[in-house]
Design a protein around this ligand. Structure first.
Ligand SMILES: [Zn+2]
Ligand SMILES: [Zn+2]
Length: 320
């Protein structure tokens, strides 16, 4: 349903990069409380190991979607990522954009700042993150449009059905009155009404085809703008423990907009604050990434086995 134009990360960097001019931003006063608000690990424990100042390389991307059916709808969708932690930064992004509109605290990054850049994502990684999120956002944006379209379609289908049903019933009644009648005229009348019923049915099918065609929804998504931001953050190192294993995860507090980002996710859209940790390799995923198999019931990690259930082979259609 959704087609998107290819894009390349190299088109994004360069003149469309900005860095926040105040490198020193105050550290949050009660860091653990900030983490409590954004981190929910139902099957693991965590401990804050440390907080340190860093620069985060964030990517803001804008896409225009166009949906055409019997009506046309257009809109813009913004996506934001912190390439340093892997987090989806929708809320942070909204405030960063607002801050950027003010402008005065943003500048083209100088050489010194550029040297501190962490490596950005390559195009395949970016595309793997962008595609499911775009689809998710387009579906959300389109939901009200789809609902009203569905109502119009239902109304038109009912109208077409009522009209053709009347025609068919009238012909059937005439046919019924002719039952048992003999003679050439009766035969001709029967034939005429039978043909009329067949014609009504054909016309009804054709009208339904027309409606299907008129209401078919085509959505295209086009990448229109990209901006790379180098922003000062307080980087939280969090030690996550699951059974006998432990690993480090990073979550940034964005000093420029005083907001904590959600935890990164290695499978799923990475929205919300709940994450589950896998037993084998300690992947941190959206809850759906550790869900039971719909076929055999075994829970498994979609980051470890991204294409199919390891027990029964049931293929999955995941957001990654
Ligand atoms: Zn299975
Ligand atoms: Zn795993």
């Amino acid at each position: 349903m959704i087609a998107s134009a290819p894009f390349s990360v190299t088109e994004v960097v360069g003149p469309r990069a900005r860095s926040y001019s105040r490198a020193r931003c105050p550290a949050p006063r009660i860091p653990k409380r900030l983490l409590d608000h954004v981190l929910d690990l139902p099957n693991a424990t965590w401990r804050l190991q440390g907080v340190s100042a860093a620069w985060a390389r964030c990517l803001l991307l804008a896409f225009r979607y166009t949906a055409v059916s019997d009506e046309k709808r257009e809109g813009l969708i913004w996506l934001g990522f912190n390439q340093g932690t892997g987090a989806v930064i929708d809320d942070v992004l909204a405030r960063l954009r607002w801050s950027l509109a003010g402008g005065s605290q943003w500048q083209a990054p100088d050489q010194d700042v550029r040297r501190q850049w962490e490596p950005g994502w390559d195009a395949p990684r970016l595309e793997a993150r962008v595609r499911p999120l775009l689809e998710h956002h387009v579906r959300l944006e389109m939901a009200p449009f789809l609902r009203t379209m569905r109502r119009r379609l239902d109304r038109d289908c009912s109208r077409v059905h009522a009209y053709h049903n009347d025609q068919r019933l009238t012909a059937q009644k005439k046919l019924a009155t002719l039952a048992g009648a003999a003679g050439e005229k009766a035969d001709a009348d029967r034939k005429r009404e039978t043909l009329r019923i067949a014609a009504v049915e054909r016309e009804y099918a054709a009208k339904l085809d027309d409606l299907r065609h008129n209401y078919a929804l085509r959505v295209t998504v086009e990448w229109v703008q990209g901006l790379e931001l180098l922003v000062p953050v307080q980087r939280f190192d969090v030690l996550v423990k699951r059974r006998k294993g432990e690993r480090l995860m990073r979550i940034d507090w964005h000093a420029a907009v005083r907001l904590m980002e959600p935890p990164a996710s290695e499978w799923g859209l990475g929205l919300g604050r709940s994450r589950l940790v896998c037993d084998d390799r300690l992947h941190i995923t959206d809850p759906a990434g550790q869900a039971p198999c719909p076929s055999c019931g075994k829970a498994w990690c979609r980051a470890c086995h991204p294409t199919a259930c390891p027990r029964c082979g049931q293929a999955i259609e995941g957001p990654n």
